[in-house]
Design a protein around this ligand. Structure first.
Ligand code: NAP
Ligand code: ZN
Ligand code: ZN
Length: 347
């Protein structure tokens, strides 16, 4: 067993606190990673507070992991000791279903094994990257370029691939008008990638204070969603609307911003499902779709694209003992745009 230090929530309403636990001994295909940085995704907050039900406590969040390979099993061929590597939202899948064979493991028909809060056959529950070490099968470990600041790379493992994958799937690029609703960790990566792919990007935000930084991220227009006149001015304008909002909101208020045949892509997972007004879709043959993280090969492609184009997340690096403040500030939208925990400061 590997004694591991981390932070865990012990109950839905409890703050995260220091927690020591054991990781399994590595097998022949496993990579043991010393964690350097872990991003704070809103999914960690949803789950820590048991907003979807099913959180097993103690709950150790964290699935935007960057670290260095500490040791490798004797069959490991893809990674070497000392390599900079990443681990994202899942660390296993069935490997045999059609989705796994197509490299879209995130849609595994048997279900992926999430990095956090997955109940394994042996009764244990996976514990995520708010910790100083993790053991992962080499197939689910990503290679990370040394050319980018590693703290800014950590959020690419979830926020990055979550936005890169749908933009690639729908071939978003030059000539497209894209709206990004909700400028948080996920939303700001949607802006960076959509702009990098050549689309014209408009941010739709409830926070007027984010205007300047939205433009710096690559948006050319900024709309305050509480301003009825501003919203009306962009009605029927967009080919795609990427919804990265974490809380309950009215989808129907935004469907009307799409052109004929436009697509609203849901990324945010509000705990409460909103009602859908069918006519908003029917009236212009609009579509509503969803997208979930990305497969391992596509995550590697995204990381390589970021290294080639010098793309990282905009981050505020924090010490582990700041995590409860970071959760509170994320809930208030007070971070531009992702907290990243420096795990080497676990003490
Ligand atoms: P985040 O950093 O907290 O950003 C969420 C943004 O939503 C906020 O910055 C805010 O943007 C907006 N917002 C918050 N409360 C709102 C409200 N009551 N009404 C309207 N807008 C509100 O969260 P995140 O880490 O980006 O995650 C966003 C969502 O995506 C979460 O639900 C998360 O679980 C989900 N997610 C999904 C995937 C996937 O694979 N599909 C992957 C990662 C995360 P403004 O200030 O601009 O309004
Ligand atoms: Zn996430
Ligand atoms: Zn599968």
């Amino acid at each position: 067993m590997i004694t591991t230090k981390g932070y865990a929530a012990q109950a839905p309403s409890a703050p995260l606190s220091p927690y020591t636990f054991d990781r399994k001994d590595p097998g022949v295909n496993d990579v043991t990673i010393d964690i350097l940085y872990c991003g704070v995704c809103h999914a960690d907050i949803h789950q820590a507070k048991n907003e979807y039900g099913g959180t097993a406590y103690p709950f150790v969040p964290g699935h935007e992991i960057i670290g260095r390979v500490h040791s490798i099993g004797k069959e490991v061929a893809r990674h070497s000791v000392g390599d900079l590597v990443g681990v994202g939202y899942f660390l296993d899948s069935c490997r045999h279903c059609s989705s796994c064979e197509e490299g879209e493991e995130q849609y595994c028909e048997k279900g992926i094994t999430p990095t956090q809060n997955a109940r394994l056959k042996d009764g244990t529950v996976t514990k995520g990257g708010y910790s100083n070490t993790i053991v992962v099968d080499e197939r689910y470990v990503l290679k990370v370029s040394e050319s980018l600041a590693p703290a800014g790379v950590a959020p690419l493992l979830c926020a990055g691939i979550t936005t890169y994958s749908p933009l690639r799937h729908w071939n978003v690029g030059k000539g497209h008008k894209v709206a990004v609703l909700g400028l948080g960790g996920v939303g700001h990566m949607a802006v960076k990638f959509a702009a990098s792919f050549g689309a014209e990007v408009t941010v739709l935000s409830g926070s007027p204070s984010k205007r300047e930084s939205a433009l710096a991220l690559g948006a050319t227009h900024f709309v305050v969603t509480s301003d009825v006149a501003e919203l009306k001015a962009v009605a029927g304008r967009f080919d795609f609307l990427i919804d990265a909002v974490s809380a309950k909101h009215d989808y129907n208020a935004y469907l009307g911003l799409l052109k004929k045949d436009g697509t609203m892509i849901l990324l945010g997972v509000p705990p409460e499902a909103p009602q859908l007004a069918a006519f908003q879709l029917i009236a212009r043959r609009r579509k509503i779709a969803g997208s979930f993280i990305g497969g391992i090969a596509e995550t590697q492609e995204m990381l390589d694209y970021c290294a080639d184009h010098n793309i990282t997340a905009d981050v505020e690096v924090i010490a582990p003992d700041y995590i409860n403040d970071a959760f509170e500030r994320t809930l208030k939208g007070d971070v531009q745009y992702r907290f990243v925990i420096d795990m080497t400061r676990l003490g």
